[in-house]
Design a binder for this molecule. Structure first.
Ligand code: PEP
Ligand code: MG
Length: 883
């Protein structure tokens, strides 16, 4: 088997297409090398070796070693030197690289190949003993923590002590001899902690590093990251071994990261940061503040800056050309790492850049307009759920704000919450429903879970490509980095800034678009739904087949639904209207009524209220369908429960408290979800249907008069399991239509249909369809009744099911395709057999979940209906499903 793939500028055994085998990094290194770009020579050990490693109790295939030897020899041939070369020893990096990017989650070893002899050779070659010994101690630190399991901080503590004893404060003040002494000390630390001597043989170092990097696939943080991003464990990682180039060799060396376009805004500009005389890790670690690449960016940002363009104009020009060709080649925004060694540019990595939702939109639309990608590709470039970020608030520009400090606008959007200083606490507080802002000096991969739990992230140190910035953008969370004036005291759990002290629990707002940190809570505003957003949505609407409606019953939700592009209301839950304000009194009177006459009197009070509500809906949705569902929930939900509640209500409505209690008892159920609800209310109290139908028809007539557009009425019965139930409702509605016609001279036109929420309704879909103009699958209840899992009580065990792999995901969030989905599909088939033209919709929560939307599109559903904020997500998901 071929386990190893070599590459060097102009020559590569692999390519970008071999991502599964070579990992993202390896595949792209091969691709860049194949394009003739300046890539240091190296090779990739495949993900199949990783699979072998874990399948065989952490051992390697027998024929791996000769392949690695051959590939090392090839590096030596191309680079012109080898391990232990007495004049110029070859050093290599050993890095992980999985199929999906997992930044910082696995281990890396740099400067491998250094030992007591080669360090002297490197000192001679570079003419810089200090540089060589600094490299050696970095290598020892990294190797020992990654391979030998000696904790990194032990070295850092020792180094601090060493510096103190010499009266030094900064690493840069360490001389060659100081580093030499530190190395000696490090070696004894290793012997004391790991019980072995630091290995001097580069080949032994290499195999130790390869093994450790494969082993880091099972790091705790890597496991957490995979979990959060749904990355299968079986993918494994590849390992990349590559000749080292040094951005820290001299003042003519540098290292940096860059994006071909701005990853926050999507603007077309070479965007990035670099550090002179530094190693790549220095940029990401956020310890030194990096400088901008371009002159334009340098002038735009405050303070003394020197751009790469100004310092190394020729290298910059070459890099800009490489960046441009990479973007054209990959037809996507690239995130690149580069190093300049003694004036020569080397490309170390390229990959599709992570971007904010805003940038993703702009990139997709711009690149399509530039002819780089097609409109279809543009639509596929935007993750539907990421639109959520754009639909959420930003700071109201008119709001008064007390800006404490301005850092870097690392990830856009605004967030407000309580200050917390550690990720565990962020997680606990957020789990209990509190909003928190995680404040750290800088973040590291260990903080991910806390960042996830927080509303936003604020750091005192680090640039636009620091860990905090990159991760927050990926998560779509507001983030401000490099707020240098912030003095954080973890021990005291507080920070001071601008002369003010803020403790844990104090409230702040951060604006990740402006880099502002603001005291207290600031007024936010609704997002703009214009520009690229509107353009892309327009393209989505042109290609999708599936229609998208909204679940809404309040005027403000209905207006939001229209703004977000809903093509009607697919579900107005009338019980929600019953709960509002004083109406509940009339509802209770209706429930308490002794006979039909009493019930009618109470319903007469509800009629005008309902009519008014419906009228608003018809007016707002003018010309678009409005599906009104007849009353659904169990009646006892409307009644008070505790004694005091009972007494208060009885007094307020002048009802007999004894009778009220008796009725409440009568109506209480062991299993309300399977109880006296849905169409069953209509069967027992058809007067309710009469009232609701009258309110709907009269409202529609009024609304049509006021808007000049005929109202499109759809009346829907909930929770039916047989055609006869629907027939009963239908007869009442038809009688009411006739009555309204008699009274007004206007014949109401309407459709009548039903929700399909019970397995029996699916099985009897043919019979029910005979009476229905439309079906709307209530996948919330259908999931509940199919799995026999209560939608209200699933929290205590469902997570375990997902964690143990018994279910791929929460079936209330994303449709259980093989179970509930199968039923939906069967229901459609049976309904269409009887009535080919029947309209089929879905109005459960799944209507706003992209994976479910794709499934519904596939089985021929006509429309989905979801909460207003998810309408754009569903529109884009429906377009992607159609492509
Ligand atoms: C459903 O059951 O899927 C549905 C939309 O109805 P509700 O959520 O109101 O029960
Ligand atoms: Mg339901």
């Amino acid at each position: 088997t071929k386990w190893v793939y070599s590459f060097s500028a102009g020559k590569a055994e692999g390519s970008a297409a071999m991502r599964d085998l070579l990992g993202g990094k390896g595949a792209n290194l091969a691709e860049m090398a194949g394009l003739g770009l300046p890539v240091p020579p190296g090779f990739t050990i495949t993900t199949e070796v990783c699979a072998h490693f874990y399948a065989t109790g952490r051992s390697f295939p027998a024929d791996l070693e000769p392949q690695v030897d051959a590939a090392m020899a090839e590096i030596g041939r191309v680079a012109g030197h080898a391990f232990n070369d007495p004049k110029w020893p070859l050093l290599v990096s050993v890095r992980s690289g999985a199929r999906a990017s997992m930044p910082g989650m696995m281990d890396t070893v740099l400067n491998l190949g250094l030992n007591d002899e080669t360090v002297e050779a490197l000192a001679n070659y570079s003419n810089d003993a200090r540089f060589a010994w600094d490299c050696y101690r970095r290598f020892i630190e990294m190797y020992s923590s990654v391979v030998l399991g000696v904790e990194h901080h032990i070295f850092e503590d020792a180094l601090e002590e060493f510096k103190e004893s010499k009266g030094l404060t900064l690493d840069t003040q360490m001389s060659a001899d100081d580093w030499r002494a530190a190395v000696k000390q490090f070696k004894s630390i290793i012997e004391a902690n790991a019980g072995v001597a630091f290995p001097q043989d580069p080949r032994e170092q290499l195999w130790g590093a390869i093994k450790a990097v494969f082993a880091s696939w099972m790091n705790h943080r890597a496991i957490v990251y995979r979990h959060l991003h749904n990355i299968p464990e079986s993918w494994g990682t590849a390992v990349n071994i590559q000749a080292m180039v040094f951005g820290n060799m001299d003042a003519n060396s540098a290292t940096g990261v860059a994006f071909t376009r701005n990853p926050s805004t999507g603007v077309k500009e070479l965007y990035g940061e670099y550090l002179l005389n530094a190693q790549g890790e220095d940029v990401v670690a956020g310890l030194r503040t990096p400088q901008p690449l371009t002159e334009i960016a340098s002038r735009a940002s405050p303070g003394e800056k020197i751009s790469l363009e100004a310092v190394m104009p020729k290298v910059f020009a070459e890099f800009a050309k490489v960046a441009d060709s990479l973007e054209r080649h990959y037809r996507d925004m690239q995130d690149m790492e580069f190093t300049v060694e003694r004036g020569k540019l080397w490309m170390l990595q390229t990959r599709s850049g992570k971007r904010t939702a805003r940038a993703a939109l702009k990139l997709a639309v711009d690149m399509s307009n530039e002819g780089l990608i097609t409109r279809e590709e543009a639509l596929l470039r935007v993750e539907p759920t990421s639109l959520d970020q754009l639909l959420h608030p930003t700071i109201d520009p008119a709001a008064r704000r007390d800006i404490l400090v301005t850092g870097l606008p690392a990830s856009p959007g605004a967030a407000f919450g309580e200050i917390v200083f550690n990720p565990e606490e962020a997680e606990t507080l957020s789990a209990s429903g509190r909003k928190v802002i995680l404040v750290r000096t800088e973040t590291s991969p260990e903080d991910i879970h806390g960042m996830h739990a927080a509303e936003g992230i604020l750091t005192a140190r680090g640039g636009m490509t620091s860990h905090a910035a990159v991760v927050a953008r990926g998560m779509g969370k507001p983030c401000v980095t490099g707020a240098g004036a912030l003095r954080i005291d973890y021990d005291e759990q507080c920070f001071t800034v601008a002369g003010k002290r803020f403790a844990k629990g104090d409230k702040i707002t951060i604006d990740g678009s402006a880099g502002h940190v603001i005291a207290g809570e600031v007024k936010m505003q609704r997002p703009e739904l214009t520009g690229e957003f509107a353009v892309l949505m327009g393209w989505a609407d042109q290609v999708r087949r599936l229609k998208v409606r909204a679940n809404a019953e309040t005027p403000s939700d209905a207006r939001a639904a229209r703004r977000f592009g809903a093509e009607g209301i697919g579900l107005a839950r009338t019980e929600h209207m019953f709960f509002e304000g004083e109406r509940i009194v009339a509802v209770r009177e209706m429930i308490l009524a002794d006979d039909a006459a009493g019930r009618k009197a109470a319903l007469a009070k509800l009629l005008p209220i309902q009519r008014e509500d419906f009228k608003h809906l018809f007016e707002i949705m003018s010309g678009l369908p409005v599906t009104i569902r007849l009353l659904d929930p169990p009646l006892h939900e409307f009644l008070p429960h505790t004694d005091t509640e009972l007494a208060t209500v009885a007094r307020a409505m002048g009802a007999d408290p004894v009778k009220l209690r008796r009725r409440a008892l009568q109506l209480s159920e062991f299993n309300p979800m399977l109880g006296f609800r849905g169409v069953r209310l209509a069967v027992v109290f058809p007067e309710i249907v009469d009232m609701q139908a009258r309110a709907i028809f009269e409202a529609a007539i009024e609304a049509s008069l006021s808007t000049g557009e005929p109202a499109v009425i759809e009346i829907m019965a909930p929770l039916v399991f047989a055609g006869a139930e629907l027939d009963l409702v239908k007869a009442r509605v038809e009688a009411m239509a006739a009555l309204v016609e008699e009274e007004t001279g206007i014949r109401p036109r309407y459709h009548i249909g039903t929700m399909i929420e019970l397995p029996r309704a699916v099985l009897r879909a043919g019979e029910i369809a005979a009476s229905a103009d439309f079906f709307s699958f209530g996948t919330n209840d259908l999931t509940q009744t199919t799995l026999g899992i209560s939608r209200d009580d699933s929290g205590s065990f469902l997570n375990e099911y997902v964690e143990k792999g018994l279910l791929p995901h929460d079936p209330f969030v994303s449709i259980d395709q093989e179970g509930v989905g199968e039923l939906v599909s069967l229901g459609c088939e049976r309904a269409r057999k009887v009535k080919p033209g029947i309209a089929l919709g879905v109005c459960g929560e799944h209507g706003g979940d992209p994976a479910s939307v794709a499934f519904f599109d596939r089985i021929g559903i006509d429309y989905v209906s979801c909460s207003p904020f998810r309408v754009p997500i569903a529109r884009l998901a429906a377009a992607q499903a159609a492509l």
